[in-house]
Design a protein around this ligand. Sequence first.
Ligand SMILES: CC(C)(COP(=O)(O)OP(=O)(O)OC[C@H]1O[C@@H](n2cnc3c(N)ncnc32)[C@H](O)[C@@H]1OP(=O)(O)O)[C@@H](O)C(=O)NCCC(=O)NCCS
Length: 174
Amino acid sequence: MKKNNKNKIYLKPIKSVDIKKTNYIKWLKDKEVIKYLYRQELFKPFKNKDIVKYVQKLEKSKNDYFYFIKINKTNIGTVKIGHIDWYSRTGDLGIMIGEKEYWNKGYATKVIKLVCKHSKRKLKLRKLVAGTPSLNVGMVKAFKKNKFKLEGNRKKQLLIFNKYIDHILFGKII
Ligand SMILES: CC(C)(COP(=O)(O)OP(=O)(O)OC[C@H]1O[C@@H](n2cnc3c(N)ncnc32)[C@H](O)[C@@H]1OP(=O)(O)O)[C@@H](O)C(=O)NCCC(=O)NCCS
């Protein structure tokens, strides 16, 4: 748990049974929130039950951890440590701040720090990786501020709004 002034930031495992009581599905329907997630299925109409199934799958998985980011009692977004390779002790990190009024206030930067600590101390991971479209300036900055190193740039790898965009790959030994 981390303090940000008087606001406590922490992670809470997401339970699929609780999804419909939260804003999670609302966030996934917000085109501005999902524009750089690179999940094409979210741009077409989708059924809420398919989202619940997606969360159920993560909940059962032995190689993925999926959390709500909480400020005091409010869910502001999600963070996933996914595709964990327990042999090499690596995982990949994905963040979505769904509540847009919390953008640009340093929360992603703080959450990355928190996830690095948690991954090292609790999950005993050794390294985290992450990828983001180059257009996602806030995400690129938040990783750099946490001393993630540039591990690659897949030039014009992603197709976003009819343009080919670089996929920036980051990694950090934690
Ligand atoms: C991308 C995202 C995680 C950034 O979160 P955030 O909490 O706003 O980021 P921070 O406040 O920690 O910002 C880090 C830096 O980026 C800057 N920044 C944030 N959003 C920015 C934007 N849209 N454009 C330019 N700079 C931005 C901040 O000003 C800060 O810079 P500074 O250190 O020079 O002051 C958040 O906007 C988000 O969840 N978006 C939707 C989902 C998403 O895109 N997830 C990532 C998929 S790869």
